[in-house]
Design a protein around this ligand. Structure first.
Ligand code: CA
Length: 224
């Protein structure tokens, strides 16, 4: 099991990331100050560090420099606001491996984490992970980002593909609207929105109406 250290002081983002990672089988620890982040990361118990550049106590770039200066090898993905380009550039110079811009969708963060872990595991994780997901006669090809039904190939817009992928990764499991919003649209989305229902409608039209069931009062489920 991969262990991820989340260094983030904003409770909403921290819990969104923590919940998501736990549900995908990661072990997580949380640091909410610069001091905690340094202490835990230097303890060497983690496979990856998610580092918010705006932690109380110390500038994020100083944390990066201190970690690398003390020989910490852990892969680091920095979390930064969209307009802080300067910080990103400086972050790479200070030893970050990748960055994700806030606000982000969970699936986007997950993809970056997986890519980073694959590199540090020398490609083993990639070999284990299937690149096609299957349900109800529909194949989702994660490389080409296309859906296939028999010989027919279907192009799905990015958001629809991510929604489909989320269902296909949890066959038979009831997913609430809130879970789907979190994973596909990100934490910044209005929870009162009906966008999930609209997009489930798009998927039913394209992939077949039988595939995704409505579970009254709870959400949606991909037929296993
Ligand atoms: Ca912060």
């Amino acid at each position: 099991m991969n262990r991820i250290l989340i260094a983030e002081d904003e409770p909403r983002i921290a819990s969104f990331v923590e919940k998501g990672l736990k549900s995908h089988g990661f072990a997580t620890s949380l640091a909410t100050t610069a001091q905690e982040a340094l202490q835990l990361a230097l303890g060497g118990e983690f496979d990856l560090l998610l580092l918010d550049l705006g932690l109380p106590g110390k500038d994020g770039l100083e944390i990066l420099e201190e970690l690398r200066g003390q020989g910490a090898q852990v892969p680091i993905i920095i979390l930064t606001a969209r307009d802080e380009i300067q910080q990103k550039v400086a972050g790479f110079e200070s030893g970050a491996d990748d960055y994700v811009t806030k606000p982000f969708r969970f699936e986007e963060l997950l993809a970056r984490i997986r890519a980073r872990l694959r590199q540090s595991n020398g490609g083993q994780a990639q070999a284990q992970e299937s690149l096609e997901l299957l349900a109800g006669g529909v194949v989702l090809d994660l490389r080409s980002r296309k859906a296939k039904i028999g010989d027919q190939e279907l192009e799905l817009p990015a958001r629809e593909f991510v929604l489909a992928e989320t269902f296909f990764r949890h066959p038979g499991q009831v997913m609430s609207r809130e879970q789907l919003l979190d994973r596909v649209w990100g934490y910044d989305y209005d929870p009162g929105s009906n966008i999930v229902d609209v997009y489930v409608g798009y998927l039913r039209k394209k992939l077949g109406s039988h595939l995704i069931e409505t579970v009254r009062g709870m959400g949606y489920r991909l037929k296993a």
